[in-house]
Write a protein that binds this ligand. Structure first.
Ligand SMILES: [Zn+2]
Length: 557
């Protein structure tokens, strides 16, 4: 990148260091700048290493571009903001989200550093003012890939000398660049046009695949990969075994430290879950109304609403935010105590990014994964995260191993701490109930009885006298119905209970017992179904058989 051709820089920007910087004086300059501008008195060794290298390379002739992998919450942005102030030329910082940019702009403004934001939707006049600012000495530019790659912007910027081109949250190049923000993977074009002295990419986590992709799509030559320790020691990773994930979220939120963040996959899911949690908590504490505020957040909300929510979440000590992955990048809520993944993200990196929103203040925090015990859903959907959360091996070691790191000691996960909760207590209740009353209850009636729902059209006096009446009254009736249905649905699956006739529950392991009894009684062909027939309503069973046959027929190709 040294031999930048032809165009003479119109502007040579100022700050003169006076002497040719040595490593020692660089260290001092970094310390001083961090303290005076950002109020940071302790620069961590790793941050220092990265910043020193940037400044050394800025002054020297030999440059190796850097891909810096530093976990969330370790002060990534300091690593490029301080050099941006200290380097002579322009620093162009590319962000994936406007929210993130605004956050950094506010930080710089507070520090009294002039910085400009190039983004879509700016008028010609606004742009002219911005260019004037650069001509007047502003040296830090924040932008998005879409704006940066506009020919007129590239053209104009190429008239200046660029010291640093920084791509923050660079992992999104792989996540988003392939389809929904293609400009991300074209950033190399900007690198070739602007010829910055150094290209720096920052990300919190990156597997070998991501590193390879970023290196190929961003850097003009093979970058130096600088990896900080990816482990977040103050986060405890744990699996929450449950009968139903929605119920589990409510249970965890009621008992956990807050503020808490719940990650969902879709916008609709955030709204739905937020509504259900609010409803359930109100139902659990009808008299006291003792509850905590819950909101939802996703990229579909207006900018205004999102900013309001961000402010609200930063200010509310007890708040719960149900969000898609849109929340978090760069929004600096330092004291999130609990992160719950309602759905697991696709990759280990995404998971670590998201769970890494917890405990940025360094205090002990929890990261929960939900696992419905009767379902093998993790296996079906989640890919690389299963092996980490499915088995009985240390979660931390598993997560780090996937990133190519080895760790001897674990600072906390459900396996190492012996937190394994075994079968969830509500599932135990359900199993006992079905075992004790085989062939007796339909799914619906079981749900009404267990949640103490007194709807007279379903429940009668005998049900109310049942020892299990209200045994799961923390549950919403409709949800329990769903959960039982879910655990029953696959006779060949790993369900613990199952239908034996239309809607009548029978404990799975008892099927063989009743088959045996049927055999003794000479009913070889229809086995336990015959007992169902004998004990239950005949019409129901035939209805059930017919519908099963129907189902079989429709399945045929
Ligand atoms: Zn562990």
């Amino acid at each position: 990148m040294q031999d930048k051709p032809i165009i003479e820089p119109v502007i040579e920007t100022t700050i003169e260091s006076g002497i040719k910087p040595t490593i020692e004086s660089n260290t001092e300059r970094i310390r001083e700048t961090a303290k005076s501008l950002f109020g940071i008195t302790m620069v961590k060794p790793f941050q220092m290493l990265v910043m020193e290298r940037i400044l050394e390379q800025d002054a020297g002739a030999f440059v190796r571009h850097q891909l810096v992998i530093l976990p969330t919450g370790t002060g990534k942005s300091l690593c490029f903001l301080v050099p941006a102030v200290l380097c002579n030329g322009l620093t162009i910082i590319v962000y994936p989200l406007l929210a993130l940019m605004n956050d950094q702009m506010a930080k710089l403004k507070k520090a009294g550093i002039e910085c400009i934001c190039l983004r879509g939707g700016q008028t010609k006049q606004q742009r002219r003012q911005l260019w004037n600012k650069i001509d007047g000495g502003a040296r830090i530019i924040m932008t998005t890939p879409e704006t940066l790659l506009k020919p007129e912007i590239l053209n104009r910027l190429s008239q200046y000398r660029t010291s640093l081109m920084v791509i923050d949250e660079a992992h999104v190049i792989l996540q988003w660049g392939k389809d929904f923000r293609p400009q991300y993977s074209q950033l190399k074009k900007a690198v070739f046009e602007l010829m910055p002295k150094q290209v720096l990419a920052f990300t919190a986590t990156a597997s070998k695949e991501t590193v390879g992709f970023i290196a190929q799509h961003l850097f003009p030559s093979k970058p130096l990969v600088v990896r900080g320790d990816a482990d977040r020691e103050n986060i405890v990773y744990a699996v929450y075994r449950c009968l139903d994930k929605r119920q589990a979220v409510v249970d965890i939120l009621e008992g956990c430290e807050r503020p808490a963040l719940v990650f969902c996959r879709t916008r609709h899911e955030t709204q739905q879950l937020c509504f259900e949690i609010t409803r359930d908590l109100a139902a659990r504490n009808p008299c006291t109304q003792r509850s905590f505020p819950i909101r939802y957040y996703h990229a579909g909300l207006s900018k205004n609403e999102r900013e309001k929510l961000e402010r609200w979440f930063i200010e509310t000590k007890d708040g719960v935010l149900v969000s898609t992955c849109a929340f978090g990048m760069g929004i600096d809520v330092r004291s999130i105590r609990t992160v719950i993944h309602y759905n697991l993200p696709k990759t280990i990196e995404e998971y670590l990014q998201e769970s890494g929103r917890a405990g940025r203040d360094g205090e002990l925090s929890m990261a929960w994964i939900l696992k419905e015990t009767w379902k093998n859903n993790m296996q079906k959907e989640e890919g690389p995260l299963i092996s980490v959360f499915e088995g009985n091996e240390c979660r931390r070691r598993g997560l780090l191993r996937a990133l190519g790191e080895e760790k001897d000691e674990c600072t906390g996960c459900d396996v190492c701490l012996g937190m394994d909760m075994g079968t969830p207590s509500d599932e135990v209740v359900l199993r006992r109930f079905v075992k004790m009353f085989p062939f007796r209850f339909s799914v619906e009636r079981a749900a009404y009885l267990l949640t103490a729902n007194r709807d007279a059209s379903v429940i009668d006096q005998t049900d109310m006298a049942n020892p299990f009446f209200g045994a799961l009254q923390n549950w919403n009736c409709a949800r329990l119905k769903d959960a039982i249905k879910g655990s029953c649905i696959k006779e060949t699956g790993i369900g613990n209970v199952q239908f034996c006739s239309k809607g009548k529950l029978l404990y799975r392991s008892d099927v063989s017992l009743y088959n045996f009894i049927a055999l003794v009684l000479g009913r070889v062909n229809d086995g336990y179904l015959w007992i169902a027939k004998a004990t239950g309503s005949i019409r129901e069973i035939f209805g059930c058989r017919r519908s099963r046959e129907k189902e079989k027929k429709t399945r045929r190709p």
